[in-house]
Design a protein around this ligand. Structure first.
Ligand code: HAM
Length: 420
């Protein structure tokens, strides 16, 4: 072991486990690629102001969890705690919204950083795959995104997840509700910090997990009862589009997200096998974010699914994602001459698209066959002194144990035909 360890709240993805993470990312990305979403990549850090304004000055993410630093040049940057604000910044900067093809639909995959109290499912470095549809107000777009997330989880084999759905209203009706909720909260017995939160962001108080707070919240006004007609109609349409596609969800009038930019549709995917960190993904509409960061009005909607928690959800359901064996053929040379010949064969196989590996380091037969076994290869190629003299190589089927001698010049074609 070296003197160093991975920083607190982080962990390394190592083979063979790491293949699961790739499989999850791929399963989430596939339906997006299939639905008109183009790949976008933005920097891992941004001007700190982008997140302060976008995610919200009163959120835990901005006040407590951002990794903020000053560069040698004096810029104040933050490691991205999420990617929606970055994506919108990038779209505006490149004027993609002016290309006349709205909505701009993009997906991303990458690291996020939040200085949180680490526990199972909650890390300081984690990874998301996300999708954003920018510049259109259309309930079908909200429904599309929810359906695509549902589809990726089902494709992975997950069953024990639920979709929680809510509407947070818009700039017409939310302020009215906010005032009503504040009135209600003022009458409660709350501690200093919660009272302060009630001033800055009263909706967040609804999300308080403490039983003594939750008990007092029965009878709190619900946003659903305050939605304006336009928001109500929009939400009804999202709901009925989902129901028509057979996507079941639970109406959760108390669902509040941890970011301030949301308007109207909000949703969370929760998994019941994960304990307290049960949200495997979440998102919603953010019609005001563009203006909050200095852009034009661009109503938008998106989500991000947590890769780490999705892998935990697979474990909780005992699902092994379908991961094809990394190696199909493993070559075992015995001696110098055999090494040169088999190395050439392995290179040729690889060029032809066959996944092949090699016993490096001059191992003896026993150790090399162990390595062949561990690689998961379907076939081993063994080339010894006598084989060399006869111009053959031993082809061993690792499943049946059956071994046949094949001419050195025929071996690549033979393997290709056997592997289909
Ligand atoms: P979020 O709910 O903050 O939303 O994060 C989305 C998902 O990332 C969570 O549901 C969870 O699975 C995962 N996640 C968040 N924090 C952690 C953590 N500390 N450790 C492990 N996993 C975590 C957003 O980030 C929004 N940008 C989503 C969005 C996109 N809204 C609109 N467009």
């Amino acid at each position: 072991m070296s003197t160093f360890k991975a920083p607190k709240g982080t962990y390394d993805l190592l083979p063979p486990e790491s293949a699961k993470y790739l499989a999850v990312r791929e399963a989430i990305a596939a339906p997006l690629r299939n639905s008109g979403y183009g790949y976008i990549e933005t920097p891992g850090f941004e001007n700190v102001e982008l997140f302060a304004r976008g995610v919200g000055e009163s959120t835990d993410i901005v006040t407590k969890e951002m990794y903020v630093f000053e560069t040698r040049g004096g810029d104040r940057l933050a490691l991205r705690p999420e990617t929606t604000a970055s994506v919108l910044r990038a779209v505006l900067e490149a004027n993609l919204h002016k290309a006349g093809n709205l909505p701009v639909k993009v997906w991303y995959s990458g690291s996020q950083y939040r200085y949180e109290r680490p526990q199972k499912g909650r890390y300081r470095h984690f990874s998301q795959v996300g999708a954003e549809a920018i510049g259109a107000e259309d309930p079908a777009l909200d429904a599309e995104l929810i359906i695509l997330a549902d589809q990726s989880y089902r494709a992975l084999g997950l069953r024990n997840f639920r979709i929680l759905l809510n509407s947070l209203g818009d700039k017409e009706c939310r302020p009215v509700y906010r005032a009503a909720l504040q009135d209600f909260l003022h009458g409660l017995d709350l501690d200093e910090e919660t009272l302060r939160r009630a001033e800055i962001n009263p909706l967040r108080v609804l999300d308080d997990k403490r039983p003594e707070v939750q008990k007092q919240l029965t009878g709190a006004p619900l946003l659903g009862d305050y939605l304006c007609d336009a928001c109500k109609a929009y939400h009804e349409e999202v709901r009925s589009l989902l129901l028509a596609q057979g996507v079941t969800f639970e109406d959760d009038p108390k669902l509040v997200r941890g970011l301030d930019y949301y308007t109207r549709t909000t949703f969370e995917f929760v998994h019941d096998g994960l304990g307290s960190q049960s949200a495997v993904g979440g998102g919603g509409r953010y019609d005001g974010l563009s203006e909050m960061i200095g852009g034009p009005s661009l109503p938008s909607v998106g989500w991000a699914l947590g890769v780490d928690r999705t892998v935990l959800a697979l474990q909780a359901e005992g699902i092994e994602p379908d991961i094809p064996s990394a190696t199909s053929v493993f070559a075992v040379p015995l001696g110098e001459e055999a090494r040169r010949i088999l190395f050439a064969k392995v290179t040729e196989l690889r060029k032809n698209g066959v996944a092949a590996d090699f016993a490096y380091g001059g191992k003896g037969l026993k150790a090399a066959m162990k390595a062949a076994n561990r690689s998961g290869a379907r076939y081993a190629l063994v080339l010894g002194e006598r084989d060399l003299a006869e111009g053959v190589v031993q082809l061993k089927d690792m499943e049946s144990g059956e071994q046949t001698a094949v001419g050195v010049n025929e071996i690549v074609a033979e393997l290709e035909s056997r592997l289909g």
